[in-house]
Design a protein around this ligand. Sequence first.
Ligand code: AMP
Ligand code: ZN
Length: 116
Amino acid sequence: MSDCIFCRIAGGEIPSTKVYEDDEILAFKDIHPQAAVHFLIIPKRHITSLAEVGAADAPLLGRMLALAPQLARELGLQDGFRTLINTGRIGGQEVAHLHLHVLGGPVPLGPMLVRQ
Ligand code: AMP
Ligand code: ZN
């Protein structure tokens, strides 16, 4: 059993509120939303952070990024959203499995997000 929480979510061992799933990618609601809509897009395969990716991962990363607007629209974010990837200690990454945050809602998010 993996000790990575997002691997365990991807494997169905830990429940999540799923937004999207295919062979390679899972998207689910963030458990501590920082905006009215806040979900995460992850690769099912364990990649520790954006610092670990290389050219071979470009198609997967491209697919993750291209999913953001599609899923944002499906969740009612018609007028924009924010994407964010925290990386490593300096980037404030808390879960060591690559994830793309997508945030939005009815009111502008402001210049930057401050974690509550
Ligand atoms: P980061 O600081 O970029 O690593 O963000 C990790 C995110 O994962 C935070 O926004 C957490 O609220 C979220 N998170 C942690 N555990 C879970 C979980 N079990 N289900 C959904 N989101 C989670
Ligand atoms: Zn993992």
